[in-house]
Design a protein around this ligand. Structure first.
Ligand code: ZN
Length: 140
């Protein structure tokens, strides 16, 4: 298992429209991409801070994962995502070690990344995402 850095931190917000100005005007970051991920019922907005990104998540459906999260816990940090170069291998390794996974095989996330989630029951309550950039892996 080798994680290279924190790829992004996912933050659940009620509205991108009101959250983006905070990050741009108060923190001085630039939103470089807004993308809807229909499968996860979210609209995302991305900011870069060094090698790490901030991913704001707005629900597009109250029954979706972010909609439910906000209803239960309110706005706030939703997940932490680590970057790796061999996602499937890592998932197999975690599974063998008895770690509970939400995704046993990678799926497509925002920005064309392959992603998979580890269940918060296995991570002391922190929803943890692993992600792999298929373009980067292909170039290695
Ligand atoms: Zn994420």
């Amino acid at each position: 298992m080798k994680l290279s850095h924190i790829e992004h931190i996912g933050i659940a917000v009620k509205s991108l429209e009101s959250a983006i100005p905070f990050y741009e005007e108060k923190l001085g970051l630039k939103c470089y991409s807004v993308e809807e991920v229909a499968e996860q019922k979210v609209k995302t907005a991305f900011f870069k801070v060094g090698e790490t990104k901030i991913e704001l998540l707005e629900s597009t459906d109250p029954e979706g994962p972010i909609g439910k999260f906000i209803e239960k816990k309110g706005e706030g940090v939703h997940h932490i995502a680590f970057a790796t170069d061999n996602l499937q291998e890592n998932l197999d390794e975690l599974s063998e070690k008895g770690v509970r996974l939400i995704d046993k095989t990678p799926r497509k996330g925002a920005e064309g990344l392959n992603i998979a989630f580890i269940h918060p029951k296995s991570t002391m309550g922190v929803l943890t995402e692993l992600c792999e950039d298929p373009n980067k892996t292909a170039n290695n």
